[in-house]
Design a protein around this ligand. Structure first.
Ligand SMILES: Nc1ncnc2c1ncn2[C@@H]1O[C@H](COP(=O)(O)OP(=O)(O)O)[C@@H](O)[C@H]1O
Ligand SMILES: [Mg+2]
Length: 397
């Protein structure tokens, strides 16, 4: 990796990988400039809203428009561990294994896509990857260099804090989400998988997924596999942008449904689907619904909603404080999303047949969690949540 100089940036436009521009790295910062050839292409799109389609250098720090291509909490931990030192933002951006990089934006140094990883691990290596992830999570010293390298190969730019890895399954790129070695109060992974099932049953788009039990040091652990939605079946990359990038927000800034819906509607994404996701999320207590947990894929010249991901139930409580506010309000309940003004914002009417479908889907919660390996305890923790969710729907039908 060069410590200074010109880094080519490519994306996928009309199905072709094309040069979009260059990152110019200086000693202390970096800027990006579109290539004239890209600006002249029909249907050229801005790599991020904060990188307007015009010639000339644009700063990329401190608010990094490429943050979806850079490692997040978990990725940073692994990268710095593999490097054995603290890395600056550009090194982190360029250090991600190219094979697993999110979306279609790629970075090239001297004609080589960086970081030039040695591929992504296969499923047969996953138990070892999980063991190493546990060691990193526990902050263990003396992890062998070889195993850290393998974990690094598996760790792309995928955001989020939960330990995870990219993995090749039958030639396709999947994301594997791991249980934490300590600190989960219930089977979070089984519940996340169950929620994906329930959303599919409620007609909400989710990626293909399944759970598998892995035995690590004699302990059975549930791993959730989700197929990467930013890859076509032939492996081609699909541009991806998180809602955080779309709204030019930064981590920890919160966010608001009002801005998300407005952006989605202006860009032609499906606001009816967004309303269904909001209703689903508020019913199951998906409080960690921040802007990085919503995203868009570029299809046919516009940004559409990506399949839903990272939706997790929480036990029933007196009130749910959501990361994503609705018109400034973070304590949200179903009634907020059935308010006429809010329905108007989403361009929606209450759809009783969908609400019945949703209620039937939620009735399967315990069965789906059990099918993914949740214990009686893990299921009981959520019982009240799903009962109340179905009662809430009944009241408006
Ligand atoms: N099926 C998927 N395909 C492609 N990218 C995904 C997929 N699921 C999640 N991601 C990306 O990976 C990031 C981390 O995944 P997420 O499930 O949110 O993990 P965490 O629980 O650690 O937040 C997401 O923010 C999103 O950018
Ligand atoms: Mg997440």
């Amino acid at each position: 990796m060069t410590s200074s100089g010109k880094i080519a940036v490519t994306t996928v436009l009309n199905g072709d990988e094309v040069l979009a521009g260059h990152v110019y790295r200086t000693r202390s910062s970096a800027s990006f400039a579109y290539d004239q050839s890209y600006l002249e292409r029909p249907n050229a799109f801005a790599l991020a809203p904060s990188l307007g389609l015009f010639a000339g250098p644009q700063p990329i720090f401190p608010a990094n428009p490429f943050s979806d291509s850079a490692p997040d909490t978990w990725g940073r931990k692994v990268l710095m561990r593999a490097a054995g030192r603290t890395l600056d933002e550009v090194s982190l951006l360029l250090g991600v294994n190219d094979h697993g990089r999110q979306g279609a934006t790629r970075f090239w140094v001297d004609g080589v896509a960086v970081a030039d990883g040695e591929g992504v691990p296969g499923e047969h290596e996953l138990a070892e990857v999980l063991r190493t992830a546990d060691q990193v999570q526990r902050g263990e010293k003396n992890i062998p260099e070889r195993t850290i390298r393998r974990l690094f190969r598996a760790t792309g730019s995928l955001g989020g804090a939960r330990p995870k890895a990219n993995v090749l399954r039958g030639g396709d790129l999947w994301l594997a989400k791991f249980p934490k070695p300590v600190g989960d109060d219930w089977n979070v992974i089984a519940w996340e998988a169950a929620i994906l099932d329930l959303m599919a049953a409620a007609g909400i788009a989710v990626a293909p997924h399944e759970t598998t039990m892995f035995s690590v040091d004699g302990e059975e652990r549930t791993v959730l596999f989700v197929r990467r939605f930013d890859r076509r079946t032939n492996g081609d990359r699909i541009p991806y942008m998180s809602a955080m990038t779309a709204l030019e927000a930064s981590d920890g800034e919160g966010g608001d449904w009002v801005d998300l819906v407005e952006w989605a509607r202006l860009n032609g994404a499906d606001s009816a689907e967004l309303w269904r996701r909001a209703v689903f999320g508020v019913l199951v207590g998906n409080v960690d619904d921040h802007l990085r947990n919503h995203g868009f894929l570029r299809w046919n010249g516009s940004w559409s909603l990506s399949p839903a991901f990272d939706v997790n139930p929480t036990p029933d409580s007196e009130g749910d404080a959501h990361e994503l506010a609705l018109d400034g309000e973070t304590q949200l309940a179903l009634s907020h999303f059935t308010d006429p003004a809010v329905l108007d914002l989403f361009g929606q009417k209450i759809d009783p047949s969908w609400l019945r479908q949703l209620s039937d889907a939620l009735a399967q919660a315990a069965a789906r969690a059990s099918a993914h390996g949740a214990s009686a305890f893990s299921i009981a923790v959520m019982e009240e949540r799903f009962n109340r969710a179905r009662d809430g729907i009944k009241q408006i039908l």
